[in-house]
Each structure stands twice: as structure tokens, then as C-alpha cells.
Design a protein around this ligand. Structure first.
Ligand code: PHE
Length: 453
């Protein structure tokens, strides 16, 4: 393994890009983005989402990358190493909590994907009575045992890759799977856009209706921009800490943001045209991928095969992201608690299994158990995207932009002046990190919690 001052590291620029893109591209793009677009009126939501990516999420991405690569340490150690004091390490707590929330429900949905891949391989959707497909989903998720078994399988698959390590596990897996994933999603989009009646879905995705925008739309778009780029919780600090000092932070961050956004839009093109071609309402909510799509597969020419490829890609997208979430905790346990990688994976597995099991049960047996009107699953989703990641991102930018400061940021973004990057670009990024993105986050926090009306 290539070592970087005794630390594991990614072996090539391509490896860094696919690992980062692997973290960003996930259920957020294929499961969450399409239903949010559907619930929030299509193209107008996409435009706000892209603005949020460019002006808020991407600056945080660069900030996390900066912190991780400069410190070469985990999400607590990094702050300590850069300041020499334990105090700032508290920021890491927001990240750790966010990661626990996200991976727990993520692994449950990952488990659903494994199960649905199995059903697709058995050609269950094309054989079932279409009116039954909604029941198949609700019976499955509310079953006390079956989803737990698949949650366990999904978490085990994630753990195996993480145990293999940064280069042999995470990087090698992403190098093969990310290209495969992009090819499959493009083929699926072509299939969907060539269906008769697909035009309505395409104009839904690309013709904005600004009258649909409300405060809720904006809040949802910003939450999604955090979630989809994996920012605000320390995944990019952790991955950044495995990146060599020769890579360009700006290039790699922009490359990841562009791949992630492109992927979300291509996934939208794979889903919406088919939804409209079959005359279904796009605002189906979280069931879109698991209820509406199987219904479409059942009726579409070649639907059985398309279903298999769709669920393979959903699963691949999910695993490369869950790996990055697990790695945050594993890096923390091995560096701060001096555990071996195996032991760290084992302990985190236990934690995620238990919290994930509660999420899974909250879809059935524990559905009456609500907190602030949400079941446990929805609560973790909400708290991570709309509170923890926002506050985490805000604190990271205050730390990097104000505590560590402009000079260090510029040094790291240009690799001490050795990269030829236009000064206006570096200055604008620093300005976004110090002013624009933090102010936008404070405004959105106020707007969300009803202080501004
Ligand atoms: N970005 C991933 C997705 O879109 C989810 C994720 C969030 C992964 C936060 C890591 C950290 O599915």
C-alpha cells in the first residue's frame, strides 16, 4: 500500500475522483432526488438545487477537503492537529452524529435495494398483478424480520470493503463500480426517454415553473444539496486525509460536484419520462423507486431486464456511499481509540446495526412511536440533512476561513503556489467559504425554524 507519512492513501488521481464521486453519488441521487423533484414541482427545484450546490455545498466540500488533506487525520484529530487544542475537535461531534443518523437509515434502504434486486432477478415485477406492487412494498417494509435480514446483508457488504482498507478496498471497488454505474444509468435513461409519451417527463424535468417555488422548496433543495454531495459530516475530511499533497483540491472537488449533479439529472431522465409515459403522478414520495418503478417495469418492453439493471445500479450507488460513511467512524476509532481496522469495523457495525434496526422497525412494528410527529426513520433523515449537516458545515467553514485563515487556504488550494490556478478563482472560493456560504446557512436555519416569516 502506498503510504503517506505512514498513513494509508489513495494511489492515483482517478482513484481519488472515483472514491469521492462514489461517496457523493448514491441513494441521494437515485432514490431521494427523483422523489424530491416530483414533490417540489420539477425543473424549478432542480435550478435551486444547482445554485445551492455551486454556492453552498461545493464551498463546504472544498473546506472539508482542505481540513482533511492539511491535517491528514480523522474528524476529531484533524481540528486538534491544525490548532494544537482539543476545543475545536467538538465540531467533529456534529459529523459523527450525522454519520450515525445517515448510515442507519441508509443501510435500511440499501437493504431494500438488495431485496428488490432479488425480486427483479426472479422477474417478480413482470409476473405480478400490477395492482399488487404497492402491497408488495408495504408488506415488505412493515415485516418485522425480512428488512432486518437485508439491512444486515447490506451492512456486511459495506463492512467487507472497508476492512480491506483505503486502497485495496475503497479505491479498487470504486474504480470498477463507478464506471459501470455511469454506463448503466445512461442506458436506462435512453430506454426511458425513447418510450412513447416520454416527452412530458422531459419537459417536467427541464421546463421550470417558478410559481411552484415556496420556502419549503428552497429548504428541501438545500438539504438535498448537502446530502447529495456528502458534505457537512466529515466524509470528505476523512477521504481528503488520504489524498496526496500533489492533487488539486479544486479540480477534484469540482469534478465530484459535476459528476454528482450530472448523475442526478441522468437518473431523473431514467425515471421521470417513464413515469409520465405511463400516466403516473410523479409526486409519489419515497415509494417512487420501489412502487412506481416496478409498476412501470411490469408494463415496459424489456421491463424485466431493465428492472435488474436498475436495481444493480441502485445497489452499487448505495454501497460506494455507505462505505464512505462507515470509513468516517472506522478512521475515528482507529486513530483516536487506537483500534485495529478490523476491530473498528466490528464495533461500528454493531452500532449501525442496532440504530438501523430501529429505523427498519419504525416502518412497521414501531410505526406508532413518533418524535416531533415523525417516525424514527424520518426523524434521522430530517435531523441529519436539515440540522446536523448544516451546522457541521457552518462550523467547518468558520474554522477553516476564520480560525485557520485565508493564507493557509490559499496555500493548500494552490499546493503552495505550484499549481497554476487563476488568482481570481482562488479568491472567489475563499470569499464563498468565509462569507457567502456561511451567511446562506444561517439564513436557511432561521428560515427553517420559523424565525423569519
Ligand atoms: N451523498 C450520498 C448520496 O447521495 C449520501 C451521503 C451523505 C454519503 C453523507 C456520505 C455522507 O446518497
Amino acid at each position: 500500500m502506498k503510504e503517506n507519512n505512514g498513513r494509508a492513501s489513495f494511489s492515483s488521481s482517478f482513484g481519488v475522483l472515483v472514491a469521492m464521486a462514489g461517496s457523493a453519488v448514491g441513494l441521494g441521487n437515485m432514490w431521494r432526488f427523483p422523489y424530491l423533484v416530483g414533490e417540489n414541482g420539477g425543473a424549478a427545484f432542480i435550478i435551486i438545487y444547482m445554485i445551492a450546490v455551486a454556492f453552498i455545498s461545493l464551498p463546504i466540500f472544498i473546506t472539508e477537503f482542505f481540513i482533511g488533506r492539511r491535517a491528514q487525520a480523522d474528524i476529531f484529530g484533524a481540528y486538534e492537529k491544525l490548532t494544537g487544542s482539543k476545543k475545536w475537535g467538538t465540531i467533529g461531534l456534529f459529523g459523527l452524529l450525522a454519520v450515525i443518523c445517515i448510515l442507519s437509515f441508509y443501510s435500511v434502504v440499501g437493504g431494500w435495494s438488495v431485496n428488490y434486486l432479488g425480486r427483479a432477478v426472479a422477474f417478480e415485477f413482470t409476473r405480478a398483478d400490477t395492482s399488487e406492487l404497492g402491497n408488495i412494498f408495504s408488506n415488505f417494509v412493515s415485516d418485522p424480520w425480512l428488512p432486518l435480514i437485508f439491512h444486515t446483508i447490506f451492512l456486511l457488504m459495506t463492512a467487507v470493503v472497508v476492512i480491506l482498507g483505503v486502497e485495496k478496498g475503497i479505491e479498487s471497488f470504486a474504480k470498477v463500480m463507478m464506471p459501470v454505474l455511469f454506463v448503466i444509468i445512461i442506458l436506462l435513461a435512453i430506454r426511458s426517454m425513447t418510450l412513447e409519451g416520454a416527452g412530458a417527463g422531459i419537459s417536467y424535468l427541464f421546463k421550470p415553473d417558478f410559481s411552484k417555488i415556496t420556502r419549503g422548496t428552497v429548504i428541501a433543495a438545500i438539504g438535498q444539496a448537502f446530502f447529495s454531495l456528502s458534505v457537512g459530516c466529515g466524509t470528505i475530511i476523512t477521504y481528503g486525509s488520504y489524498v496526496s499533497k500533489n492533487e488539486s483540491i479544486i479540480k477534484c472537488s469540482a469534478g465530484t460536484a459535476i459528476s454528482d449533479t450530472l448523475f442526478a439529472i441522468i437518473a431523473g431522465c431514467a425515471i421521470m419520462p417513464a413515469v409520465f409515459a405511463f400516466g403516473i403522478s410523479p409526486s409519489e414520495g419515497p415509494g417512487l423507486v420501489f412502487v412506481t418503478l416496478p409498476y412501470i417495469f411490469a408494463q415496459m418492453p424489456l421491463g424485466g431486464v431493465v428492472a435488474i439493471f436498475f436495481f444493480i445500479s441502485l445497489l452499487l450507488a448505495a454501497i460506494t456511499s455507505s462505505i464512505s460513511l462507515l470509513e468516517v467512524v472506522v478512521a475515528f476509532l482507529s486513530e483516536e481509540r487506537k483500534m485495529s481496522r478490523k476491530k473498528a469495523v466490528f464495533c461500528s457495525f454493531g452500532l449501525f446495526w442496532v440504530v438501523g434496526a430501529l429505523c427498519s422497525l419504525s416502518q412497521g412494528k414501531l410505526s406508532d412511536w413518533t418524535i416531533f410527529g415523525m417516525n424514527f426513520f424520518d426523524l434521522l433523515d430530517y435531523v441529519s440533512s436539515n440540522i446536523l449537516m448544516l451546522i457541521g458545515g457552518l462550523l467547518m467553514m468558520i474554522f477553516a476561513g476564520w480560525k485557520i485563515g485565508k493564507k493557509a487556504l490559499k496555500e493548500e488550494l494552490t499546493n503552495n503556489g505550484t499549481l497554476k490556478i487563476a488568482p481570481w478563482l482562488v479568491n472567489s472560493i475563499v470569499f464563498l467559504i468565509r462569507y457567502v456560504a456561511p451567511i446562506a446557512i444561517v439564513a436557511i436555519l432561521f428560515a427553517t425554524y420559523g424565525i423569519f416569516y
